[in-house]
Design a protein around this ligand. Structure first.
Ligand code: 13P
Ligand code: SF4
Length: 308
């Protein structure tokens, strides 16, 4: 979209002491002015390298909280503090403690899409990009994994030698549940030469029909490296904008154009500009919880260096 010259100039001035981090699902206007765009893992790594006193984080709560934990001396602001990922709310800390009591010999690996109180109970965190490798890396043969049961299924498919115990039993992302096998069948009829890239938050039935299972950043990488010229994208539609912009000679089709994450889209252009100017929506975390949650996040970052 066209951002007028005066606004662009103002944004550049406001960004002198503020870095803008954006998830791949953000609206095009935000992606266009962001300093960095990525998936949950890439955004954590970007947050480790921030050299400005403010971070305007355009994504959802668990992502901004990760950036805040990694930068206790900086101020993290969100366009909308109510942008809570609904999947993250499906796993209360109590459920993690109960699962640990029931399976004392199991490691607790939690998806980063989890509330901070529950993340404080984890041994290590993972993202969709590294879940398989993190589960492989922990020494335990049993792994309590939550909240996404579809990602747990994907991990179990690749790590046969371990037993994955999903908590809760049917945790899921409402946006990724919108993808159905018939969407893949239709896409293959309409675009027979296209590669089908599917996010591991999709159901097993949909994952089984994919050419590749990828995090959002891995989809960008695959689109760049593959000889294919067309791709069907099985994740939230916001990623299509970035893909089309980075690879204008290739074509990208949404697997289901209705797959819009309402929470991600709470970050409107108006709210973005307001917070870049005023910086009032500060992400605040209880320091005691943050200390424990940071440990599990740092363990992930240490382990995932091995799998760059
Ligand atoms: P990625 O880390 O793959 O971008 O996924 C984040 C997310 O919330 C997917 O719904
Ligand atoms: Fe949460 Fe799903 Fe939205 Fe990702 S797409 S932020 S998992 S609701």
């Amino acid at each position: 979209m066209n951002i007028d010259e005066a606004t662009l100039k103002e944004i550049e001035e406001l960004k002198q002491d503020c870095i803008v981090l954006s998830h791949n699902y953000q609206i095009p206007e935000i992606q266009d002015v962001a300093d960095f765009i990525g998936d949950s893992l890439a955004l954590c790594r970007a947050a480790q390298r921030v050299d400005k006193p403010y971070i305007l984080f355009c994504g959802v709560d668990f992502m901004a909280e990760s950036a805040a934990m990694l930068n206790p001396d900086k101020t993290v602001v969100m366009p909308d503090l109510e942008a809570h990922c609904p999947m993250a709310a499906q796993l209360p800390a109590k459920l993690v403690r109960e699962a640990r009591e029931e399976h004392p010999d199991a490691a607790v690996v939690l998806y980063i899409n989890t509330r901070i109180e529950a993340r404080a109970e984890a041994d290590v965190i993972c993202t969709s990009a590294n879940a398989v490798n993190i589960v492989r890396a922990v020494p335990e043969k049993k792994v309590i994994f939550g909240p996404d049961a579809n990602l747990a299924w994907h991990v179990q498919r690749h790590v046969r030698e371990k037993k994955i115990i999903p908590i809760p039993e049917r945790g899921h992302c409402i946006t990724h549940l919108l993808f159905k096998p018939e969407h893949v069948e239709r896409a293959r009829r309409e675009h027979p030469k296209a590669e089908v890239l599917i996010h591991p938050e999709c159901t097993p039935e949909v994952q089984l029909l994919a050419d590749h299972i990828c995090s959002t950043e891995q989809m960008v990488k695959r689109a760049g490296e593959s000889a294919a010229r067309e791709f069907v994208i099985g994740t939230e539609v916001g990623l299509i904008y970035r893909l089309q912009k980075e690879f204008p000679a290739k074509r990208f089709y949404p697997l289901n154009e209705r797959a819009v994450c309402r929470t991600m889209k709470m970050n409107t252009w108006e709210k973005f500009l307001l917070q870049l100017r005023e910086r009032r929506n500060v992400v605040r975390i209880d320091p005691k919880v943050a200390e424990r949650a940071l440990r599990s996040l740092q363990r992930m970052l240490e382990l995932s260096i091995r799998y760059q």
